[in-house]
Design a protein around this ligand. Structure first.
Ligand code: FAD
Length: 490
């Protein structure tokens, strides 16, 4: 049978738009099927520089994003850890990159995602909105296409040698790859979030920072989206589910009142009343990964594949980075430069590594907060990661995570994570005394690892490749072409 396309992408969020654009930029025929009609609401508003100046630059959409009027984010302000006073980190304290690229944006996702989707259309992607995919069409060992419903309700099929599932946390088709989701118990939290019509801003130059404040029941994000719009969300433990289910809005406001650092920024500010910001929303069970991210003919990227936790704004980075990696494998397979199985093995190894880096960082980060009497924070100590979770993590990471300190089994992970947490805690403690040119955070291994891929991505976009050799994911790992769009034998 003649395939209709070279690639079918399911879902038009940041992951789907990225994968589709990268393959279309190489002149291939790409169909993107999206359930909704854009603009549509999504949570995940605080971005990292790697997305804005790395992936968006590679996609050719960085200028449009820069001109869209989003709030400039220079870093984060945190009331978290030993210090009762808030502390800051700034992206400009990451080494090597030119100052203007050491920034990101706080974005209304309805607008940001639409910019990326329309850019995909301009790159040649055929986009069909209002077209939910119902199932994949396997044929023997391979996925060969999808079945979807068009806006008239007609059931249709489309065929391609490659399908990428980027349909997010509600994916109906991810089960085709890597079995069921592995849920993290450690990061098993509940998020309840909504919007205010403004709110105080932090003093300059940090007015665009994300503010994260720990309090007894968990922590709260405070994201300045526009002068008249602030995203405020509480991350709390699942014991609050009954109260949140009874009355989400009341539970959300109770949490804000219980966190004086955030409450005082919102004194006298009304809650938002215009759609889509008039609702209080709830998300749970968002922390999971898949045992594998690829099977012949189909790859998972973005939230369809994995997500850790909202705290470090890693979601859109992992989604767009994973999508770029998968698209490189598709491009390399289509032009015959790298066999499919090799290219997708590289995708999977790099993607798992990046997920695992953030996972480790976040374990160390949660360990920092001291409120020992609190149920939430007591459960977030490194010592509370159970062996089952460590075993599942070791299987996911497969010794890739820690460079020379290869992690081989779950038994060693406890010590390894305790050391990482102590190192991070020490580095944050030295922040206040540091001058602007030396960032003590980077002396902590988990921080250095966490920034490395992002730096590489930005250098790829700016200079056609990372300035240092990226650590190989395996002895025979592949290199990236100068345009960033494909793999090439190293
Ligand atoms: P999505 O953005 O969910 O896009 C998937 C698309 O697929 C949607 O448009 C959907 O309509 C479509 N779709 C679904 N099913 C089908 C179907 N059957 N057929 C066709 N299309 C379909 N990340 C950050 O970077 N910063 C943050 O501050 C942040 N905060 C977060 C807070 C919370 C509480 C949570 C839970 C997550 C947060 N995230 C954050 C993570 C972020 O929301 C996600 O990682 C990100 O949206 C993933 O992008 P995606 O493209 O994979 O999926």
């Amino acid at each position: 049978m003649n395939p209709d396309y070279d690639l079918i992408v399911v879902g038009g969020g940041p992951a789907g738009s990225t994968a589709a654009t990268v393959v279309a930029m190489r002149g291939h025929r790409v169909l993107l099927l999206e359930r909704e009609t854009f603009p549509r609401y999504q949570i995940g508003e605080s971005l990292l520089p790697a997305t804005v100046h790395g992936v968006c630059q590679i996609l050719g959409v960085a200028d449009e994003v820069a001109k869209a009027g989003f709030t400039l984010k220079r870093g984060g302000t945190l009331r978290w850890g030993r210090d009762p006073e808030p502390w800051q980190f700034s992206f400009s304290m990451t080494p090597r990159l030119p100052e203007p690229t050491a920034t990101a944006f706080q974005v209304e996702r309805s607008r940001f995602d639409e910019i990326l989707l329309r850019n995909a259309g301009r790159a040649g992607v055929e986009i069909r909105e209002g077209s939910p995919v119902r199932r994949v069409l396997p044929d023997g060992e391979r996925v060969r296409g999808v079945e979807y419903t068009d806006p008239d309700g007609t059931v249709r099929t489309a065929y391609a040698p490659h399908v990428i599932d980027a349909s997010g946390n509600t994916s109906r088709i991810h089960g085709q790859v890597g079995g069921t989701r592995v849920y993290s118990d450690f990061f098993r939290n509940l998020a309840v979030f909504g919007y205010y019509e403004g709110g105080q801003r932090l003093p300059e130059p940090n007015s665009g920072n994300i503010f994260c404040a720990a309090f007894d029941a968990g922590w709260i994000w405070y994201i300045p989206l526009r002068p008249d719009l602030t995203s405020v969300g509480a991350v709390i433990s699942p014991e609050h589910i009954p109260a949140v289910q009874r009355d989400p809005r009341a539970a959300w406001q109770d949490m804000i009142r219980a966190c004086p650092d955030v409450d005082r920024l919102l004194t006298g500010v009304p809650v938002a009343t215009d759609p889509p910001y008039d609702r209080v929303r709830v998300r749970k069970d968002y922390s999971y990964w898949k045992k594998s991210f690829w099977t012949p003919g189909m790859a998972l990227v973005g939230d369809a594949a994995c997500f850790v936790d909202p705290v470090l704004s890693s979601g859109v980075h992992l989604a767009t980075y994973g999508a770029l990696l998968a698209a490189r494998a598709v491009n390399a397979a289509l032009d015959g430069s790298v066999p499919e199985s090799r290219g997708f093995a590289e995708f999977e190894a790099r993607y798992r590594r990046e997920y695992a880096v953030f996972y480790e960082f976040l374990i160390a980060f949660y360990d920092m907060e001291q409120a020992e009497e609190s149920y939430f924070w007591a459960a977030k100590k490194v010592t509370k990661v159970d062996l089952g979770e460590a075993a599942a993590f070791a299987e996911l990471a497969g010794g890739l995570v820690s460079g020379d300190r290869a992690v081989v089994g779950p038994e060693q992970l406890g010590d390894h994570w305790r050391a990482a947490a102590a190192e991070l805690d020490g580095a944050v403690g030295r922040l206040a005394a540091a001058d602007d040119r030396v960032n003590p955070l980077l002396s902590a291994r988990v921080v250095g690892e966490t920034f490395r891929t992002g730096n590489d991505l930005q250098e790829q976009a700016l200079y056609g490749g990372p300035l240092d050799d990226p650590a190989p994911t395996a002895p025979d790992s592949l290199a990236v072409t100068a345009d960033g769009l494909s793999w090439t034998p190293a």
